[in-house]
Design a protein around this ligand. Sequence first.
Ligand code: PEP
Ligand code: MN
Length: 265
Amino acid sequence: MKVFDITPINEWFPSVGNPLLIAGPCSAESEEQVLATAKELKRTGKVSVYRAGVWKPRTRPGEFEGHGTIALEWLKKVKAETGMPVTCEVATAKHVEEALEAGVDMLWVGARTTVNPFSVQEIADALKGVDIPMLVKNPVNPDLSLWIGGIERLYNAGIRKIAAIHRGFSSFEKSAFRNEPMWEMAIALKTQHPELPIIVDPSHICGNRELISYISQKAMDLDMQGLMIESHINPAAAWTDAKQQVTPEALSKLIGNLTLRKAES
Ligand code: PEP
Ligand code: MN
């Protein structure tokens, strides 16, 4: 089995917390919302990378699909004004080109994109020769090979800063979670590829604020390297994923209450 030669996650950015925490709103809604949220998150002192969705994959047409190019300017301002590295989702070669041009520091492949090898390959081809950290969310369906296949496509394009994001799996069954955690999938990935960092996305697993600290603690107990948590200055008014976003203050408390594994604390 192939062993990925991955650059350790604590070398990706000048300042990486334990756990690596990626936080920010589901969607970049306005310059004010993006900057105000970033400034509050910066003040917590716990956030390693700021996230905001620039292009949003929506299940049904006619909903807010992201501001696109203009929102990249807001991320540039976040970098300039807070010093935090920034990240957004990319789904096409054009997204990659625009995000790189804007100086976005890390990119992620969304769950709806990982299912499509053509799309992941298009992203990988657009990245050839670029040394940027890349995160690959699990596909919406619990297919470990498809998840690893997406990672391999980026790795084969020369990317060495790669992590997987576990964001849960779509299910027909009714459950307390928006996407089933199915931890056995992340554990299987870790077992096959112990060298690959895994970041857990409690927001998209839970679909509600209430369960986020439980899933975050579970991620720490399972020795996962990072968390991606959606945070909004005014969660109830969020344009997307309003039920699962938390204020920067709530996020700070939640992270402060996590018990880290002894060897790493
Ligand atoms: C997101 O991170 O806002 C998102 C759309 O996530 P996912 O691809 O996990 O659904
Ligand atoms: Mn979201």
